[in-house]
Design a binder for this molecule. Sequence first.
Ligand SMILES: Nc1nc2c(c(=O)[nH]1)N[C@H]1C(S)=C(S)[C@@H](COP(=O)(O)O)O[C@H]1N2
Ligand SMILES: [Mo]
Length: 406
Amino acid sequence: MKRREFVKNATLSTFATLIGTELVFGTKILDGYTPLALQDPDPFKMFNKHPEMIVLNDKPWNIEAQAHLLDDKITPNSCMFIRNNGLVPERIDAKSWKLTIDGESVINKKEYTLLELKSKFKHYTYQLAIECGGNGRSEFNPPAKGNQWTVGAIHCASWTGVRLRDVLEDAGIKNDAVYIGYHAIDKHLSMDPNKEPISRGCPMQKALQDETILAFKMNDEDIPLVHGYPLRLVAGGWPASVSGKWIHTISIRNKVHDGTKMTGTAYRVPCAPVAPGEKVKDEDLCIIESMPVKSLITYPKTGAIINKGKPLTIRGHAWAGELEVSKMEYSIDYGSTWAACPVEKPVNRLSWQHFSAQVNFPKAGYYEVWARATDSNGMAQPMLLPGWNPKGYLNNACHRIAVKVK
Ligand SMILES: Nc1nc2c(c(=O)[nH]1)N[C@H]1C(S)=C(S)[C@@H](COP(=O)(O)O)O[C@H]1N2
Ligand SMILES: [Mo]
């Protein structure tokens, strides 16, 4: 991203969003002058992120959390991972923003301004767990290309918007509709205007769920620019790539959406298990839908040193794609034995769930605490690694922290 361009074109409110406070006298800034606070492209400042967030890539910006940063029940913006396939938009004019509903299977192609969307349809708020399909990729062997996410490409924020279903039904859905696809304004890294960095979607059944929303607020505020301001599709429980940011069009398709990163090997895993490193033909790859069951210990931070004779309280979150987490367990002996611990019900469908446990250690020394969630179908997380796949998706292995008892 060219800083100068970005800054010149940004609106004052975008500035304010980036800096985190109002730009008093902002209207006096001369054209082309870059406020000092924005002169160094410090990603933490620029995106309002916690200094312990980890930058994996700056072209495009990809930044992940660490487990202990995700301790809040509702993830604050400062600790939400950022995943971009292209360039963060430079110019957003919410006033003139339009959402188009089109496609082979729309009855009446329609356009809505943001104001129309907000005034015409009922608003809903849901806490939605969104995990990148590639979260955990760094552990696969042979390694897969792409961002080497460890555990931090997951967040569960509170999203407010209108139901995608209400909007699609307002335009009218033909009987032959099978899929929706989104189109967004972010630019391809090559700057080629004919290329989209990403244009994904989901089957109608997912698109029409109560919790699939077109959001205009995150954690009760305007969505931060980098997370999709002014309008974002949010489809909890599915690979986060379905949750398109900066949406200008939703197409109702009469076939599986064939936009960028829907086809070939992107966001697909072998339909049947393969051996590590095996070549897999494109036709043997299936589109990832619901994400698998997973959990994260968010307290304490790995490396904690605790006093002998005192129980340790651990806590964290668990999620299971379209399903609920029905059981939570931990182990202090490398998975030989497991103890059950309480896990709360989700506040709404597709939200993550919170667990905690009092852990007793038999004597001083080094331990690892492992956490394992089981979903409502009885599927548990694998202890070390799930089946290998060529692109390194869906690593839902048990999260593990190191603890020393002194
Ligand atoms: N327009 C647009 N939407 C997008 C993307 C993108 O690059 N462009 N990345 C997707 C992917 S792969 C992920 S993991 C999530 C990341 O959302 P976040 O940056 O808000 O955490 O956004 C999804 N939506
Ligand atoms: Mo992603």
